[in-house]
Design a protein around this ligand. Structure first.
Ligand SMILES: CC(C)(COP(=O)(O)OP(=O)(O)OC[C@H]1O[C@@H](n2cnc3c(N)ncnc32)[C@H](O)[C@@H]1OP(=O)(O)O)[C@@H](O)C(=O)NCCC(=O)NCCS
Length: 190
């Protein structure tokens, strides 16, 4: 299942052969710097299966991101249903990303996320998409800003699944973009 293709990338469903890459990114200390835990191979495999099931059932989730030329997986980028009541009402859609380290710094995630926002607003008729991260995760908030998302400090929250022992990772800043804002466009975007 291909969601979208861009100049350099393919956003698609997961293949069994992507399992290694998925495990690799979830165990890399640099990739996981702003998460309270790493996942071992078995935990990563269980999550891989769960994400695949969620995509089949709802059409939403963190999709595989692959190079368009050779279909090699490099990470994920997706539109996912949040599970963060009472901070965010059920049905809220977040855009999120995680890329294997060698592929950072190429504009890949911004390229994929731009295509996904377009997909979300035009084909899935979403009203709003949010994204959130620990404030120290400036690479992630930089993607949000490049996408034209705006900070919404009134909706910043303490992430309930981050243990109190990791206090500095608990606070999350929230960025949002509505369908109307997307349609009006980011200056410079085609
Ligand atoms: C967050 C994350 C996906 C951002 O990746 P990224 O590669 O920095 O983001 P982009 O794809 O938007 O690339 C932007 C960079 O590519 C550069 N770039 C190079 N070629 C480019 C091109 N052709 N087009 C656009 N940008 C290009 C930009 O200048 C920018 O560089 P900079 O970092 O020096 O400013 C990545 O750091 C990651 O996977 N982090 C770990 C997981 C994580 O924290 N996820 C978010 C949880 S909330």
């Amino acid at each position: 299942m291909i969601i979208r293709e861009t100049d350099r990338l393919r956003i698609r469903g997961w293949k069994e052969s992507d399992r290694d890459l998925f495990a690799e990114i979830n165990s890399d200390p640099k990739v996981m710097e702003f998460f309270p835990f790493r996942r071992n191979r078995a935990e990563s495999g269980a999550l891989f299966d769960r994400i695949g099931r969620g995509i089949s059932e709802t059409g939403f989730g963190f999709f595989a991101l692959a190079l368009r030329d050779n279909d090699m997986p490099i990470g994920f980028c997706g539109l996912a249903l949040t599970d963060l009541e009472p901070h965010l009402p059920d049905g809220t859609i977040e855009i999120g990303w995680r890329l294997a380290l060698p592929f950072w710094g190429n504009g890949y995630v911004t390229e994929a996320a731009t295509a996904l926002l377009d997909y979300g607003f035009t084909e899935r008729r979403l009203g709003e998409v949010v994204s959130f991260a620990a404030p120290a995760n400036t690479r992630s908030t930089a993607v949000m800003k490049r996408l034209g998302m705006r900070p919404d400090p009134n909706r910043d929250f303490d992430h309930p699944r981050v243990p109190d022992a990791h206090a500095y990772l608990k606070r999350h800043v929230l960025y949002a973009i509505t369908a109307d804002e997307w349609t009006r466009g980011i200056p410079g975007r085609d």
